[in-house]
Design a protein around this ligand. Structure first.
Ligand code: MEV
Length: 286
């Protein structure tokens, strides 16, 4: 029997601050319990991909960025929707690094996860802010600014519903698209940054937080990363009891995050009637 080693990491949802975090504003995000497990098995010959619930042309390049060129089979299992803004590549990166360290008989520290996680994230996203893999590595809720040490954030845990557009967004292209629309979109990016600061003063007020989320979605539309489907899903959420709803992640598809203080059952049912995949969870999860 060959030796096997596993690593696991959660996905994430961005409460506020996607895209504006790329240009230096703060963002709030939290880990979710769905996630990714990587299994490494010692084998003869070049490192190769075995079973994988992530299909992506860039996968081997990402594996080569952090694994030895020889001697491993890599199996990947995830229950995250892939490419939907829930941190599937970041979860892959951190799970991979945890499995690599387990094989070496050690636990990786945050500095290693941060540094090497970025090598994997760059393969998928070009010039990411680093938010996703920091949140995934830390767990819980996190306040993040590019270039600074991320800080754990104490906040109440709220019931939310995640609505999946069923369409993958390409984070690298979406971030590049926003960059190409600057300086025209700078006022909206500035406002997205301000909304994070407002939210930090309203963390215990779900009604205020919901209003801030709705405005954030409108600004994300102004910078060109929402879609008619995402706008409709936000409207559906608000019609079914949500206090606020916005796209979460890079947009262009991906998911909508709805703050639903009553648990969100009505929204999950309304989504099912429209054949929209939706699930309820808490943010941050306990
Ligand atoms: C993607 O999950 C979040 C973005 O802000 C990109 C990034 O932070 O690198 C859109």
């Amino acid at each position: 029997m060959s030796a096997t080693f596993t690593g696991r990491a959660p996905g994430k949802l961005i409460l506020l601050g996607e895209h504006s975090v790329v240009v230096g504003h703060r963002a709030i995000a939290a880990a979710v319990s769905r996630g990714t497990t990587v299994r490494l098995t010692d084998v003869e010959g070049p490192t190769r991909l075995g079973e994988s619930s992530i299909q992506d042309d860039r996968l081997m390049t990402a594996l080569r960025a952090v694994l030895p060129a020889e001697g491993l089979q890599v199996d990947i299992f995830t229950d995250l929707p892939v490419g939907r803004g829930m941190g599937s590549s970041a979860a892959l990166a951190i799970a991979l690094l945890r499995a690599r360290a387990a094989r070496e008989g050690r636990t990786p520290d945050f500095a290693e996860l941060h540094h090497d996680g970025f090598l994997v994230e760059r393969v998928f996203h070009g010039n990411p802010s680093g938010l996703d893999h920091c949140v995934v590595a830390m767990g819980g809720a996190v306040l993040y600014r590019r270039g600074e040490a991320p800080a754990p954030l104490q906040m109440p845990s709220y019931p939310v519903v995640v609505l999946d557009s069923g369409v993958a967004g390409d984070t690298g292209q979406l971030v590049a698209g926003v960059a190409s629309r600057r300086p025209g979109v700078d006022p909206a990016l500035m406002r997205l940054g301000e909304l994070v600061e407002l939210a930090l003063r309203s963390l215990h007020d779900p009604h205020a937080l919901g209003g801030i989320m709705c405005e954030a979605h409108a600004r994300l539309g102004e910078i060109g990363v929402s879609t008619p489907d995402l706008d409709e899903m936000c409207a559906l959420a608000l019609q079914n009891g949500a206090l606020g709803a916005k796209l979460s992640g890079a947009g262009g598809g991906g998911v909508v995050l709805a703050l639903c203080p009553d648990g969100g059952e009505a929204l999950v049912q309304a989504a099912a009637r429209r054949k929209i995949a939706a699930f309820a969870c808490r943010l941050p999860e306990a």
